[in-house]
Ligand binder design. Structure first.
Ligand SMILES: Cc1ncc(COP(=O)(O)O)c(C=O)c1O
Length: 476
């Protein structure tokens, strides 16, 4: 019976996907090819594909056909949460951090090391076209020195988008910046003086650790659970014991763990901070890059007394070259505005005009719908390849969004040695050493999954896996 035929065909394709015949992210046979090979009508194949789409196994891409969506990999164990007792320490940035940062701008080689979005999406061409168009208008360059709070039209767009994060804020409560790093710098400079202690999640993005060092601050590492982020228990104890000045959190799709702090935990953390009258700097740069469902609510959404300093940018959603970010400093507005003035007087106007235009036209929303699905597929493929090539003892983060994943190996693996070995072959990863101030992650590394999978990238995964296995054999 024809009605049963398409269900049968759908089940057959699903079985092939489960057996790994069709891999995540790869194109399924065209409707015409399947109709020919199975000797069924085009309508039967189309209905079978509709079932696959419905059940989340395949996605239709305009003019390209159907692609495998769901990963059939078994779940991978999560990394262990560190048990180390938090203690404030000065950060000592290493040459390694500088080297990894310079790796990020190399054109040759296969890079998994930097958290850069895919710049081949259509929005990048749109940014270039918008720059060309708007640079012809004198108004796009502003009027001499502009206001330190930044372009109103952009702040209006940011306030509109903030609603999705559960934040109801007026454009006048926002200051535009030169990127999220710049926003966090304003926040830290406003809230701390040298010698103060900043609580960070552990593992922590090394760009933030380096900033803490540069400002003469000390960091205290609060263990992060790979599923729920910052441990409330550890934070509670740290705040009782140490005179922490501010708490810094990448709550949504942490760099490097990719996890999200659940809404309830956010409320509890803010209650705790209210008891100690502390502020929280929220780095929400990945907040809009959820793989599925709705964007998680930001800490700022639960902020009842203005103690959350919300920082973000378009570096991960559009392009880091734009250098457009923002900060909503809550009750610390005046201090932050002054910092913005001191550091750069005002951000340049043209990139802000371009960003506001892209947002106002709905192009960012359209882009994100596509980018989120692509990143999700690329992440699943990364995990599939890791399972295929990396040692079976590995653990990996279960990212819910963002651009990076975290791998934990047996303790005998030195990920810094792995980094150097890969680098010689033109393969770049970010060694775990950089993500801690107390040597907690020497056996871990971070990988970016934003680039499309090519045979070269897939081969690089096999090479990394081979090195890991050799290291395990050598060191037990
Ligand atoms: C967590 C986090 N915060 C901030 C930044 C820097 O952001 P921006 O380019 O907007 O300055 C990065 C870049 O990788 C990041 O991963």
């Amino acid at each position: 019976m024809e009605t049963l035929l398409y269900v049968k065909l759908a089940d057959q394709i699903i079985a092939h996907i489960s057996e790994g015949v069709y891999k995540v992210g790869t194109r399924l046979p065209s409707v015409r090819a399947l109709s020919k090979s199975h000797q069924v009508s085009i309508a039967t194949v189309s209905s079978a594909y509709a079932i696959l789409e419905d059940r989340g196994w395949a996605e239709a891409r305009p003019k390209s056909g159907y692609f495998v969506k769901r990963s059939t990999i078994e779940p991978i164990d999560l990394p262990k949460t560190t048990r180390a007792k938090p203690k404030p320490r000065p950060v000592t940035s290493t040459e390694l951090a500088m080297q990894v940062q310079s790796d990020a701008v190399r054109k040759e080689g296969i890079s998994f090391s930097s958290a850069i979005p895919d710049l081949e999406f259509a929005i990048s061409a749109e940014v270039r076209r918008t720059f060309t168009r708007l640079s012809r208008l004198p108004a796009s360059f502003g009027n001499g020195y502009n206001a330190s709070e930044g372009l109103f039209e952009l702040r209006k767009q940011i306030a509109r988008r903030a609603i999705d994060a559960g934040i109801h804020i007026a454009p006048d409560a926002i200051i535009t910046t030169l990127g999220a790093q710049n926003s966090i710098s304003h926040a830290l400079r406003s809230m701390t003086k040298p010698g103060d202690i900043v609580a960070v999640e552990s593992p922590c993005y090394f760009g933030l650790l380096q900033m803490i060092e540069a400002y003469g601050l000390k960091a205290i590492e609060i263990p992060a659970d790979p599923a729920d982020g910052m441990s409330i228990e550890a934070l509670t104890l740290a705040l009782q014991k140490w005179p922490v000045k501010v708490v810094l959190s990448i709550a949504a799709f942490s760099n490097p763990l990719g996890c999200v702090i659940p809404a309830d935990n956010k409320r509890k953390i803010l209650q705790l901070l209210a008891q100690h009258d502390l502020c929280l700097i929220e780095d929400d740069i990945y907040g809009e890059l959820q793989f599925e469902g709705r964007r998680p609510k930001s800490f700022k959404a639960f902020d009842t007394d203005g103690r959350v300093i919300w920082c973000s940018s378009v570096s991960k959603t559009i392009d880091p070259h734009l250098r457009v970010g923002w900060i909503a400093p809550g009750k610390y507005y005046q201090a932050v505005l002054q910092q913005s003035f001191i550091s750069s007087i005002a951000p340049p106007t043209l990139p802000q005009v371009v960003t506001a235009d892209i947002m106002a036209k709905g192009l960012l929303d359209r882009h994100l719908r596509h980018a989120r699905a692509s990143y999700h597929q690329r992440y699943l493929r990364l995990m599939e390849l890791a399972r295929e090539h990396f040692p079976k003892e590995m653990r990996a983060s279960s990212a819910k969004g963002g651009l990076v994943a975290w791998f934990e190996m047996p303790r005998s693996i030195d990920a810094t040695a792995l980094y150097h070995r890969c680098r010689e072959e033109g393969i770049f990863i970010a060694p775990g050493e950089l993500f801690s101030i107390s040597g907690l992650y020497q056996h871990c590394f971070r990988m970016n999954f934003s680039s499309p999978w090519t045979p070269q990238r897939e081969q690089a995964m096999a090479t990394i896996g081979q090195y890991l296995k050799e290291m395990l054999l050598e060191h037990g």
